[in-house]
Design a protein around this ligand. Structure first.
Ligand code: NAP
Ligand code: GDD
Length: 346
């Protein structure tokens, strides 16, 4: 039985990866942070039912704890999914973001080395398409240069190169996944997709009047988190450690995402204005979407589009869930959930 350790197990990807590995008969350990309120809602269903799943308190800003956890568990595979993962927030808390997203990875790599696990333990670093930032070419592949546009992106570039450095210096099986945006009904509520599916569902149910957003023209290559955690595992099952771009190869604007959600909810949108003056009205003439400068970033990543040819060839990986299916699943989940809560409250 293989043992895996997941940093960031309480997050969107952590929860799907834990489910995936348990199905593959792994013993899974996860690291959760101390919080004043419950933060395990994405994994409670596994905790209650699976004896091969256990949690440990920890934080990647605490080097001693990271070291203790790794040397005690001595896992076969470590997945570093922990991060302050919100790009806009990283402008507000840049030093904290670097501490978690850059130094956190280094602390894990160093703990693997100090515990004499360089031969036994494989390491996965959750890299991101945000590292391409102001893109040098379209689409982006493993050879495309980085030009990060946020403290988040810059911190992830540090981790990317640190992972390669430990691989080359200490012959470690250390890999980077360069994952493009991936979403699900478990996506954090402040990322644009989930913010939109929740807000439009509430507007449809009469629980909210307006949705405020930022840049509607940004384009993202959106996949489903379930497909992407499989790629994370596949990357660690190869003969040689390597880095892989994971993406769908198609991108859509934020505006298009909103239009698709509205259509599924039977809201007929009429757009007026341009840029920050864009507004959308529903069939009753109510203005239900507006732009607000609070949601614009000091430096934006306008367009991301991934080229996963290498992953297709070597990992035999390709996304199974389409963008249309993803949008439908997210809208249906939030609409049904909110409808139920609203009815119960009434
Ligand atoms: P997420 O939902 O924000 O989850 C992040 C996880 O990291 C949570 O479990 C969080 O714990 C944990 N964490 C935060 N700070 C920590 C710290 N100081 N010590 C230990 N754990 C900490 O992110 P996600 O969408 O699942 O993404 C997983 C990883 O992939 C992240 O590293 C992200 O940057 C990267 N990534 C994501 C995407 C995407 O589109 N989703 C694309 C490319 C790369 P709490 O629950 O306590 O906050
Ligand atoms: N969050 C948010 N909120 N974004 C908005 C809004 C809004 O109200 N309005 C427009 N946007 C635009 C952002 O400016 C960005 O261009 C795009 O929508 C996507 O924003 P997010 O959903 O916040 O995701 P992200 O692309 O910045 O970052 C996500 O994907 C990265 C991979 O490319 C995160 O999951 C990162 O952790 C991940 O690395």
């Amino acid at each position: 039985m293989k043992t895996a350790l997941i940093f960031g197990v309480t997050g969107q990807d952590g929860s799907y990866l834990a489910e995936f590995l348990l199905k593959k008969k792994y013993k899974v350990h996860g690291v959760k942070r101390k919080s004043s309120s419950y933060n395990t809602n994405r994994i409670d269903h596994i905790l209650e039912t699976n004896k091969n799943f256990s949690l440990h308190y920890g934080d990647v800003t605490d080097a001693i704890l990271v070291m203790n956890i790794i040397s005690r568990i001595r896992p076969d595979e470590i997945y570093n999914l922990s991060a302050q993962s919100h790009v806009a927030v990283s402008f507000e808390i840049p030093e904290y973001t670097a501490n978690v997203d850059a130094l956190g990875c280094l602390r894990i790599l160093e703990a693997i080395k100090s515990s004499n696990l360089t031969k036994k333990c494989k390491f996965y670093q959750a890299g991101t398409s945000e590292m391409y930032g102001k893109v040098h070419e379209i689409p982006q592949n493993e050879k495309t240069s980085f030009y990060p546009r946020s403290p988040y992106g810059v911190s992830k570039v540090f981790s990317h190169w640190m992972t390669i450095n430990y691989r080359e210096a200490y012959n470690m099986f250390a890999c980077n996944g360069i994952l493009f945006n991936h979403e699900s009904p478990r996506r954090g509520e402040t990322f644009v997709t989930r913010k939109v599916t929740i807000a439009l569902s509430k507007i449809k149910l009469g629980l909210q009047k307006k949705l405020l957003v930022g840049n509607l023209n940004a384009k993202r290559d959106w996949g489903h988190a379930k497909d992407y955690v499989e790629a994370q595992w596949l990357i660690l099952q190869q003969k040689k450690p390597d880095d892989f771009v994971i993406s769908t190869g198609k991108n859509y604007s934020v505006k298009k995402f909103i239009d698709m959600c509205a259509k599924l909810l039977d809201i007929k949108l009429k757009w007026t204005g341009k840029g920050i003056n864009s507004k959308a009205f529903d069939q009753n003439g109510n203005c239900i979407i507006e732009c607000d400068k609070r949601y614009y970033r000091p430096t934006e990543v306008d367009i991301l589009l991934g080229d996963s040819t290498k992953a297709k060839k070597l990992l035999k990986w390709k996304p199974k869930i389409s963008f249309k299916e993803l949008v439908k699943e997210m809208v249906e989940y939030d609409f049904q959930n909110l409808k139920k809560t609203y009815r119960e409250k009434k």
